[in-house]
Design a protein around this ligand. Structure first.
Ligand code: GAR
Length: 200
């Protein structure tokens, strides 16, 4: 059984896709043992609660320094002791020490085809705004391992999504979620759990 910890910041639709996958059996041999969220008001926490998954709020805002937060974050993750950490819309930079301790055991979903529209400053709707500003005709999503860089780790899966005339960032975000994110993130978790993708 792969024990996973999911880290979230907002609505948690990717978390929901994983919860649904575990429930309906499309994600096998996986247990969600916790959800960490940096935002106490996030709907993602309600999704965890509704499904009997322990939720923990840990925000840099509640610590005197980023260093203090990073220590508390790592300590909490060690206490939860997951086999895999899934960043599902987690908009907090992962401390470098955590990327070392959990090398090849952290995955992230990013809402573009890396290396386009990724790195510092590219998160959430901003990614889709940038794609529309550039005028690309195809975008998508990427699941990748997390290393000490920003969106630089080894790519696991990507899925392309068409940009349509008249798209707004919100419309494009929804299409990328529906046609890519909610498919490739649960698939990556399942494929890790069942040994198709090796950790490390
Ligand atoms: C998702 O689109 C995810 O790809 C993105 O945040 C959104 C979270 O939505 N993540 C990033 O931009 C990371 N750089 P959700 O809370 O509904 O899953």
């Amino acid at each position: 059984m792969l024990k996973i910890l999911v880290c979230v910041s907002g609505g948690g639709t990717n978390l929901q896709a994983i919860i649904d996958g575990v429930k309906n059996g499309s994600i096998k041999e996986t247990e969600i043992i916790g959800v960490i969220c940096n935002n106490a008001g996030a709907y993602a926490l309600k999704r965890a609660e509704d499904n009997g998954i322990p939720g923990y709020v840990l925000s840099p805002k509640n610590f005197e320094s980023r260093d203090e937060f990073n220590k508390a974050f790592l300590a909490k993750v060690k206490e939860i002791n997951p086999d895999l950490i899934v960043l599902a819309g987690f908009l907090v930079t992962i401390p470098e020490e955590m990327t070392r301790v959990y090398e090849n055991r952290i995955i992230n979903i990013h809402p573009s085809l890396i290396p386009s529209f990724c790195g510092v400053g590219y998160y959430g709707l901003k990614v889709h705004e940038a794609a529309l500003t550039k005028g690309v005709k195809v975008t998508g999503a990427t699941v990748h391992f997390v290393d000490s860089g920003m969106d630089t780790g080894r790519i696991i899966y990507q899925k392309a999504v068409e940009v349509m005339d008249g798209d707004t960032p919100e419309i494009l975000q929804k299409r990328v979620m529906e046609q890519a994110e909610w498919i490739i993130l649960p698939k990556a978790v399942n494929d890790i759990a069942t040994g198709l993708i090796k950790l490390g």
